[in-house]
Design a protein around this ligand. Structure first.
Ligand code: ATP
Length: 308
């Protein structure tokens, strides 16, 4: 199956400074893809290039299997819904009136309005003025506007920004169910993994315009092993054996029978356990320490370490 989005060595520079640097993104069909990175990483610039709003300084974008060009941009964008910057909408008009305007602009039948209102749970409030809406409701209206015309792809730039926990929760369930309820593939950006972790299948992590990781959350966890805790009967002897083997170990102050080892490949760990057992230190237990996804994200973006 062809990916819904593919970028090939996509670049954008401003005043000679690279902001997006040889980016190769692959967004498979039918997923919710979390596009993550700290503020200023280049997420919005990338999304704007996907929508043809910003011209790349190098590379290319493939949307829905076709290379984006001036000639096909309008046709491809008809199949794409987006929410970039803060939600738009006239505050003195109702949600339904706002949607009518967008439907006319997009040349979409107004009958589609009740469908999108239903999806974003705004049917009951559809005839209230948008000026009375909470930020979460305005964001959902923005998504409803993007959904008009049943796009195959939705591009949402930080839709959880500024929402309270209840608003984030509502957005989570709305977006996680989007591929099933609408058939659309979703690309959603955020600077906080924790905010979108529960709604995404795939993640891409961007820092200084470069992709540090792309894959599933499970793959991200697997690639970033934590250390190992080794519990023994004779810790001082075990420490001496580990030192002989060239393995740096620390003893946590609150657990004198435990040694903390760095992450090790499986084969090296198996050999080490054999050596320890043969030297009579009494191996009692081994525990792999798993890092939280947020820790992995932070350590990747703070050190710019690339994950293979
Ligand atoms: N039109 C522009 N002219 C000059 N520099 C720009 C322009 N647009 C973006 N930049 C710079 O490019 C960098 C990336 O910005 P971008 O908005 O893409 O980041 P981001 O990851 O979306 O972060 P944020 O969440 O803060 O918007 C920033 O340093 C920004 O100042």
């Amino acid at each position: 199956m062809k990916p819904v989005i593919e970028t090939h060595a996509l670049c954008k520079g401003y005043h000679g400074r690279p902001v997006v640097d040889h980016l190769n993104l692959t967004v498979p069909e039918g997923c919710v893809y979390g596009f993550l990175g700290p503020n200023g990483a280049g997420k919005s610039t990338t999304m704007k290039m996907l929508l043809g709003l910003v011209h790349p300084t190098g590379g290319s974008v493939e949307l829905l299997g076709r290379t984006l060009s001036e000639a096909n941009r309008i046709a491809l964008l008809r199949q794409t819904g987006s929410l970039i910057e803060s939600p738009s909408g006239y505050l003195h008009l109702t949600a339904r009136e706002n949607l009518s305007i967008v439907a006319d602009l997009k040349d979409v039948d107004r009958k589609d309005i009740s469908r999108v209102l239903e999806i974003v749970h705004l049917t009951k409030d559809a005839d209230r003025k948008v000026g009375q809406y909470s930020l979460g409701m305005k964001q959902r209206l923005g998504i409803a506007m993007a959904l008009l015309g049943s796009p195959k792809l939705l591009i949402l730039d930080e839709p959880t920004n500024g929402l309270d926990p209840a608003g984030i929760q509502e957005m989570r369930s709305l977006i996680a169910s989007m591929p099933q309820t609408t058939g659309a593939t979703v690309l959603i950006s955020s600077h906080l993994l924790g905010e979108i972790e529960q709604m995404v299948d795939q993640v891409g992590i961007l820092n200084h315009g470069r992709l540090l990781f792309e894959g599933s959350l499970q793959q991200l966890q697997k690639h970033s092993r934590g250390g190992i805790l080794l519990r023994v009967l004779d810790a001082p002897k075990a420490a001496a054996v580990l030192q002989q083997q060239g393995v740096k170990a620390a003893v946590p102050a609150d657990q004198p029978d435990t040694l903390q080892l760095p992450p090790l490949p499986d084969e090296a760990l198996a050999a080490l356990v054999c050596t320890l057992a043969e030297s009579g230190v009494g191996v009692v237990g081994l525990t792999a320490q798993t890092k939280s996804l947020e820790d992995i994200f932070l350590s990747l973006t703070q050190t710019s370490g690339e994950v293979a």
